[in-house]
Design a protein around this ligand. Sequence first.
Ligand SMILES: [Zn+2]
Length: 278
Amino acid sequence: MKRHINIIITAVASLLIVTLAGREFIKNHKKESNDKSSTNVSENTCEDIPDTSISDTSISDTCVADMNTSDTSTSETEILKQTYENNKEQFYISEIPDDIFEKMQGKSYKADCTLPRENLRYIHVLHVGFDNQVHEGELVVNKDIADDVLEIFKELYESGYQIEKVRLVDEYDADDEASMSDNNSSAFNFRFISHTTKISKHGMGMAVDINTLYNPYVKTVDGELSIEPANGADYVDRSKDFSHKIDHDDLCYKLFTEHGFEWGGDWTHSKDYQHFEK
Ligand SMILES: [Zn+2]
């Protein structure tokens, strides 16, 4: 009996500690958000608590929160869940805003683009970077997969899955190689499949590439191995162990396939380890 009481006391004490820590976190977060609501977060200044304000300048390097606030990965996941609850409004889908559409012109939305703007959606997310801090991310996808992609990014975020950059490919002048070699994760980029009039899955906004440098696109062209991005050669051998590798055990693979996507790593004639399409 006494042992049972001890166990109960320990359990209650643990619960209390977790609850108090959570409350403190939320309190700090709210206070900080209020303090900073009218100011922009400068580049490379990372706060240890989330900031809900969105500046209208480039969001690329804005650190929203530092995840190094706890000792164990379990409590980090708890904190991420709490920050998700407090930052739900940071995960949203909208029609393509005018300023974004402007930015896409002649880049991802080329002059010959046959896909109407109404078929595309802008997605805003938070993601945990390689620096273990929370960053804002932006994607443009087909409206048909917008809900799936938002849900997947929400789950990746809550699990603390690291994605280095989620920027619009327009920031790289829609140059895929430049975006991939910078390990950028992105989706829509209008183009036809080489030597055809068929629009590629990215051109339809129906494909998403994740951690592109570590998960290159590998194919054999005229007997020679082609690697995209070219600086991804170290990550072609998938039997090697390295961080950010997408394989069948990876959470990204699991979530995308659960949502009905096909993984390019399962293709036979080429391997596109970064690529998920519907
Ligand atoms: Zn792709």
